[in-house]
Design a protein around this ligand. Structure first.
Ligand SMILES: [Zn+2]
Length: 251
């Protein structure tokens, strides 16, 4: 399933699973590709290169073809039981004429190309996965990240930025404390957005250099050999952190 959503949607497409299923239509960038089982084609309309080799090594029942509406060109590939494309790519054709794999071709006065459309997402269990489709269009398009995937990437970046800057700071202080790769945001949420020093609320919308923005405070300060671990860090206002003398900016 793949559907183009109205313009105001936070993500431009709605999709399910790992790849298009027979009957799906991928409409992107003004180009439409539909996915159909091989059985809808008359035998004389199936390029001989596609049937060659079957059924010894693979099954024709598992072949899906993608049909590009604007040019009539087709792309044949095998899918597994889940409908996910396998590595068996049977080629692209204009009518019965084979097009070099993923090479540009001319049709209706324009240059087109088959390529792999990719969307990166995370599932309900937080695992990363990729939705992939063979599509045809006038240009390649970059991999799309869903908002959930982008948020996760930002979180992972925050974690490594924080850990790296803390490691750097420890080196400069000549300390050898433990460094945990923790997400400052997760600590802020754990502490309920309440400053653990002055016990008043921290406004999540404030950012550095606002004196009242959220920072990580080390219960045992870094300079005193404190670790950068979740049990030694807490949320505090930057101001409170400064007063205490354990400054560690998160960004
Ligand atoms: Zn405070």
């Amino acid at each position: 399933m793949f559907r183009t959503l109205p313009q105001e949607s936070p993500f431009p497409y709605e999709f399910l699973g790992f790849s298009p299923k027979p009957g799906d239509l991928v409409e992107r960038h003004g180009s439409r590709t539909v996915y159909l089982p091989l059985s809808v084609l008359l035998p004389e309309n199936i390029p001989w290169q596609v049937t060659m080799g079957a059924p010894d090594h693979w099954s024709l029942d598992r072949v899906v073809f993608a049909l590009h509406e604007e040019t009539g060109s087709t792309c044949f590939y095998e899918v597994d039981e889940s409908g996910t494309p396998t590595s068996l790519h049977l080629g692209q054709f204009l009518g019965l004429r084979k097009i070099d794999t993923y090479a540009p071709f001319e049709a209706r006065g324009r240059t087109w190309r088959w390529y792999q459309e990719t969307i990166r997402d995370i599932d309900q269990d937080g695992n990363e996965y990729t939705w992939t489709a063979h599509v045809c269009g006038v240009q390649d398009v970059p991999t799309l990240w869903t908002p959930a995937y982008a948020a996760r990437s930002r979180r992972l970046k925050r974690i490594s930025t924080a850990a790296a800057s803390y490691a750097d700071r420890m080196r400069r202080l000549g300390q050898e404390g433990e460094i945990e790769r923790l997400d400052p945001q997760a600590i802020f949420e754990r502490d309920g957005w309440i400053c653990q020093i002055c016990r008043t609320a921290v406004d999540p919308s404030l950012s550095w250099p606002d004196m009242w923005c959220a920072t990580l405070d080390h219960r045992v300060p870094v300079a005193a050999g404190g670790d950068h671990t979740s049990d030694n860090v807490q949320l505090s206002h930057w101001m409170c952190n400064l007063r205490k003398g354990d400054l560690f900016l998160t960004e």
